[in-house]
Design a binder for this molecule. Structure first.
Ligand code: GZL
Length: 330
């Protein structure tokens, strides 16, 4: 009888231990939406990095570019008592209350991509995302240096800025960088500034209206490549030549932008990598082992790609898109 009891006890213990060790690490991701090629690449990269990791499980929510959806998702993650939360906010404000609820639930929070304004008032374990101000500066500086190189440095040139989603840190940051750089190039005259909400369709619509209302546009700064590609459609429909009649500078460096640059329809794209798996995986692996991380937002190394390469922007020199297009992963 004693032996049977010991054997049963051992069996129960074995089942408990294996069940506990087999418990997946559940990582919940509140994603903004599917508004751009960048966003799709960001989702795909994180999904595959997490789902291909042994013992990890992804709980994913697509916010469809609505803050209320993301707030609901974060509260669901708390109810599900997930192990980690990855969060990027469609806009910068309005997250204080719900992120404090995440803190109270003691769920480790990783801030990625668009860092919320309340970051200094909440607890998070690590942060990673583009340097949007520098990306915006690079966009306008590239246009200024390109015109100088073409012997047009002293010519008054009309420039329009197509902004991303109003209130997103990617929009506010890039606009800050755009406007800061404009001061360095007094011949660049700002004649239009409007949001295209980071989507191709809205980028096309904004460009269509500008082509009807602004007599002469020489340069378009589009705060992401999808809006630049939409604008290219509008420019062609108006019988103008994109990349020549209107110089076009995008941001993100997605594959479709490389294709447009190689085709001569776009002139430059400033990189903002969406490939966050290489940051999130080692960070969560470290957290699982009790490692601590800096709260400093980590910015990835990013390049600038254009038609001919060799344009010096101080922090980076542009690279010819055609030379690297085959190595691009998104
Ligand atoms: C940048 C990211 C932006 C991209 C857009 O990190 O937040 O959102 O530039 C995307 O393409 O929609």
């Amino acid at each position: 009888m004693k032996k049977v009891l010991c054997f049963t006890l051992a069996l129960v213990l074995l089942v408990c231990v294996s069940a506990a060790s087999a418990k997946d690490v559940v990582i919940a991701f509140s994603q903004i939406g599917q508004e751009s090629d960048w966003r799709t690449a960001n989702t795909d990269d994180l999904r595959s990095a997490i789902e291909n990791h042994p013992g990890w499980k992804l709980v994913y929510d697509d916010g469809q570019q609505k803050q209320e959806n993301q707030i609901k998702a974060l509260r669901n993650f708390i109810t599900q008592d997930v192990d980690y939360i990855l969060f990027t906010g469609v806009v910068s404000t309005g997250w204080d209350e719900v992120l404090k609820e995440v803190n109270e639930a003691e769920i480790p929070l990783l801030l990625i991509d668009r860092i919320p304004d309340c970051a200094d008032k909440i607890d998070y374990v690590a942060a990673f995302g583009g340097d949007f101000v520098e990306e915006g500066r690079r966009q306008v500086a590239w246009a200024g240096e390109y015109l100088k190189k073409a012997g047009r440095g002293d010519e008054d040139v009309n420039i329009v800025i197509m902004e991303g989603t109003t209130g997103a840190s990617a929009q506010t940051g890039r606009t800050e960088g755009n406007l800061k750089a404009l001061k360095e190039y007094p011949h660049l005259k700002l004649v239009g500034q409007q949001s295209g909400n980071f989507t191709r369709a809205e980028g096309q619509a904004v460009m269509e209206s500008w082509l009807k209302s602004i007599p002469k546009i020489d340069v378009l700064i589009a705060q992401n490549d999808d809006m630049a590609l939409g604008a290219i459609d509008a420019i062609k429909a108006a019988g103008k030549v994109p990349g020549k009649d209107i110089i076009i500078v995008g941001c993100d460096s997605v594959k479709a932008a490389f294709d447009a640059i190689v085709a001569g329809e776009m002139n430059c794209t400033v990189e903002c990598t969406p490939l966050y798996g290489a940051f999130v995986v080692p960070t969560i692996e470290g957290l699982e082992k009790g490692e601590k991380f800096s709260k400093q937002v980590i910015h990835p190394e990013e390049g600038v790609f254009d038609t001919d390469g060799g344009i010096d922007l101080g922090t980076v020199k542009s690279v010819k898109a055609a030379d690297v297009i085959s190595q691009r992963r998104y």
